[in-house]
Unconditional design. Structure first.
Length: 463
């Protein structure tokens, strides 16, 4: 991999992010009342999309936002411009990644026409609440404003077509409620809240929340590693893999994910118990096996809509053999328009022969004389992979991400030496079960916790 390319300046990137920051600051202050300094920032934001189809519409919206008269359509236009700017940043960064890895990019599939549309009145209600937030700003919000999302979310959740937006609004409102009143905040997560606001705003548009299936996948799936995301009330496992089509066409990178709710008492290795019943792929990952797929639904972005009926366990498949042999020839997946954001970059890469350096707790791999920072904070506690094992490794499968202005590595698996014996340690090594003492204890604790919760829930239902 050409790591030197990842350290070079990307032309125009700083300017695009500065324009986004100018709009994000306006959301901190709120757009209800005119302010001279805000007018200049919004004008700068509008200039950033000059020469694009959005130019005239955004310029008008920015002007009305500056004088406090912006309506819902104006806020939608501003959210679209912000998303487009971050999309351009994403594309520039991914272009640089493609040059560094030498892998080809996929071609976007034609999206089928939507068969149905969500309830217009509920989408309009969500857009109205988001507009109220933009008017008062993060520093002007209070519990009364934030609570306006509750009835909208409750009405949306029963409708599967609206569940994606409802989940986003619910989580967003919960974050805001925990930070009320905004005037008392010492630090505002400016970029994050603006990301959530603009994404939710666009998801209120007809068809924006749909993720259509564009085909099926038949062939062999070779797992590379598991990216695990754990929160207090939910957990998600996303398996990154190389798919080899049965028709002999070029292999390509795909993902298969599963998210489930969880009690906050289930932590560590215990979370696999919640995920395993929903995805047989996790057992294959834990056992180091491939999977044979037969007409598995897949989106144009390379996301497998996992259904166990379309998969069966295959032969043994070493992830590091896959990384060395199959990964370099695999085609990168395309990215959906609304997902074109720098924070969404997660590209599987393979590194070996690097030098490891540790300085003040920061871990760095030096590849061909060029340093890449390793994000050990992303290593989950629900597996045998540890920061110490990464620091002692000689080969690594990782996700290449972009965070805080630079590319960083998130380890998924490493080859290292334990007691003078070469071993491979995976972040998802316990996905299918474990005999490790720490893992067994965590699994038992999770079993006991879930049993207690089920008993209590049953008792409440019987009353």
């Amino acid at each position: 991999m050409r790591t030197d390319l990842l350290l070079e300046t990307v032309p125009g990137l700083d300017e695009a992010l500065a324009a986004v920051d100018s709009f994000d600051q306006a959301l901190v202050d709120g757009l209800l009342r005119p302010r001279p300094d805000r007018a200049a920032a919004l004008a700068e934001f509008g200039h950033a999309v000059a020469g694009t189809p959005l130019a005239a519409r955004v310029a008008d919206a920015a002007g009305r936002a500056a004088d406090g008269s912006a309506g819902e359509d104006d806020f939608t236009a501003l959210a679209a411009a912000r998303t487009a700017l971050l999309g351009s940043v994403h594309d520039a960064l991914m272009s640089r990644v493609g040059e560094a890895t030498g892998r080809a990019r996929g071609v976007a599939a034609e999206m089928p026409a939507a068969e149905s549309r969500p309830a217009v009145n509920l989408s309009a209600a969500a857009r109205s609440w988001l507009s109220d937030l933009a008017r008062v700003g993060w520093q002007g919000m209070d519990h009364e404003v934030v609570s306006g999302a509750a009835p909208v979310v409750s009405a949306m959740l029963p409708d599967p077509a609206l569940r994606r937006l409802a989940t986003l609004l619910d989580g967003f409102a919960a974050e805001l409620a925990a930070s009320c009143p905004g005037a008392a905040l010492e630090r505002v997560p400016t970029r994050r809240w603006a990301d959530l606001w603009s994404r939710a705003m666009l998801l209120t548009l007809p068809g924006a929340a749909e993720v259509p299936v564009t085909g099926t996948a038949t062939g062999r799936l070779l797992p590379l590693g598991v990216d695990l995301h754990e929160h207090a009330t939910a957990v998600q496992a996303q398996v990154h893999a190389v798919f080899e089509p049965a028709d002999g066409t070029a292999p390509r990178l795909v993902r298969a994910g599963m998210a489930v709710p969880k009690p906050d008492t289930v932590v560590g290795a215990g979370i696999w118990q919640l995920l395993r019943p929903h995805m047989s792929l996790l057992a294959a990952v834990g056992e180091g096996r491939s999977m044979d797929l037969d007409a598995m639904p897949v989106t144009g972005e390379g996301d497998l809509i996992w259904r166990d009926a379309h998969a069966r366990a295959g032969e043994s498949a070493d992830a590091f053999v896959t990384a060395r042999v199959a990964l370099p020839a695999a085609t990168e997946a395309v990215t959906a328009p609304l997902d074109r954001h720098p924070a969404r970059i997660a590209v599987p890469v393979f590194l070996e022969g690097y030098a490891v350096q540790q300085n003040d707790g920061a871990l760095t791999f030096t590849v061909a004389g060029h340093p890449l920072e390793v994000d050990t904070d992303r290593i989950p506690a629900a597996g045998p992979l540890t920061p110490e094992a990464v620091a002692a490794s000689g080969a690594c499968i990782a996700l290449l991400r972009w965070d805080a202005g630079r590319y960083r590595l998130q380890p998924l698996a490493v080859e290292t030496t334990v007691r003078k014996k070469g071993v491979a340690l995976h972040a998802g090594g316990w996905a299918g079960g474990t005999t490790d003492k720490a893992g067994v204890r965590a699994e038992k604790a999770a079993t006991d916790a879930v049993a207690v919760l089920r008993e209590r829930a049953g008792r409440l239902l019987r009353k």
